[in-house]
Design a protein around this ligand. Structure first.
Ligand SMILES: *Cc1c(COP(=O)(O)O)cnc(C)c1O
Length: 425
């Protein structure tokens, strides 16, 4: 059996002309569950996690999956069972991770706009750490914790002002971003936190952006964070853990991000050289754990040749795959069953009534109406960002391991979408 592997996508391979996810034929899943359909490879997620685990072997560390990348319960369960903690950014995400059995102490709560109700609920479940993003938030958290008779564990998210060299919408660690506390204000913010009775300082946190494909921003950010750790501890405030956030990129196309283990070998060399190697480390990877573990399978509805452009109209759209419309992002698009005919160039577009509704531009494809296509690298920031625009139900999701597959989310119906609505009488 000849297997031609798709580069950067372990566990996705062609056997003869058919695309497989692990041991399961994609066309079979699409026929059984319909399209658009997200399919995730569990082995691919665990391999991605293993690269981090190798990088952190022998260190005191906790890997907290940043669940906003893909918050489906079936995906969360994979990481909970693998021993991960979770990084959450809302009360809704908190309920999801609790639903798969995560313990409060293994959850860290990030985000610039936590509400009092979210803080209270997180305190009630014994959250591991609040990553606080402003001085105003420190005061509110102190009030909420005091009122609940609790002490809130806090880290301050610092903005190290380094350029992660990624898309501006997913760059978060530059001056002028809404995230974190400015480098110059950090010490004062820590002193404030340390003086509040219902707060307990436990760590420091930074997260500089997403889809980072270069190691230098991480090394620069680490230097700046370690400088801060030194000044905070010199002021008599010990920090138990250092959290370097997430952000490591994946290969969507020609991107060549460093491997997680290789990146961390370099980062630990710096940590050791600066005398911080024995600290407890936390990281919050999202995309790099799930992005290349998923595909979105879509059916070709119509081919529409044109004078300047040919359109390939498919049944997935920007509501399922928002990244091209939002960030001009690139996803590889591969046939589910390869044809031998010559390829034609198409813009692959969805049915939504927006010109921004495109999935791929100028792609060489040998396709006919009724064929299925696999949009690759669809494991992160696709389903978790999906919407109901045009009253399109959200897609179904399947998890695959070896020869086995599980439907982890049913296709959303029109009735599901209308359930919470009421007509005035
Ligand atoms: C989104 C986010 C992450 C994860 O980012 P990825 O690029 O998906 O790894 C980690 N930490 C925080 C605070 C985030 O907002």
């Amino acid at each position: 059996m000849s297997e031609s592997l798709l580069p950067g996508h372990p566990h996705f391979a062609y056997r003869a002309s058919d695309l497989f996810v692990e041991g399961v034929r994609v066309a079979d899943l699409a026929r059984r569950h319909g399209t658009p359909l997200f399919i995730y490879s569990k082995s691919s997620m665990l391999d991605a996690l293993a690269a981090y685990q190798r990088g952190f072997a022998g260190r005191k560390s906790k890997i907290c999956y940043a669940m906003k990348a893909n918050s489906s319960l079936g995906v969360l369960q994979v990481f909970a069972q693998a021993g991960c903690g979770f990084d959450i950014v809302s009360g809704g995400e908190l309920e999801r991770v609790l639903a798969v059995g995560a313990q409060g102490k293994d959850i860290i709560f990030s985000g610039v706009g936590k509400t009092r109700a979210e803080m209270k609920r997180a305190l009630d479940v014994g959250i591991g750490c609040f990553n606080v993003e402003s001085e105003a938030e420190l005061e509110v958290l102190n009030e909420v914790a005091a009122a609940a008779g609790k002490v809130a564990p806090v880290s301050i998210r610092v903005n190290p002002d380094v350029d992660p060299k990624t898309h501006p919408y997913i760059s978060t660690g530059l001056k002028g971003n809404k995230f974190g506390i400015a480098h110059e204000r950090t010490l004062a913010a820590y002193q404030r936190a340390a003086s509040r009775k219902a707060l307990r300082v436990v760590g420091i946190d930074c997260h500089i952006g997403s889809q980072i494909t270069d190691e230098s921003p991480y090394l620069d950010a680490m230097d700046r964070v370690l400088d801060l750790v030194q000044s905070i501890e010199a002021a008599g405030i010990p920090l138990r853990h250092i959290d370097f956030g997430g952000g490591l990129g994946i290969s969507y196309d020609a991107d060549q991000p460093p491997a997680a283990d290789a990146l961390w070998a370099k980062l630990f060399a710096k940590l050791d050289a600066r005398g911080f190697g024995d600290r407890e480390f936390m990281i919050e990877p999202g995309r790099s754990l799930v992005g290349n573990a998923g595909v979105c399978v879509t059916e070709v509805l119509y081919l529409k040749p044109g004078e300047h452009k040919n359109f390939c109209i498919v049944d997935a759209a920007m509501n399922d795959l928002p990244r091209p419309a939002m960030y001009q992002a690139f996803h590889m698009i591969e046939p589910v069953t390869r044809r031998s005919e010559l390829a034609t160039h198409y813009d692959v577009v969805g049915p939504v009534c927006e010109s921004g509704d495109w999935i791929g531009r100028d792609r060489a494809l040998a396709v006919q109406t009724g064929d299925m296509l696999a949009v690759m690298s669809a494991g992160a920031y696709c389903m978790s960002m999906a919407s109901n625009y045009n009253t399109r139900g959200r897609a179904a999701e399947v998890l695959v391991e070896g020869e086995k597959s599980w439907l982890i989310r049913e296709r959303e119906t029109a009735a599901d979408q209308m359930r919470a609505e009421r007509l005035p009488t």
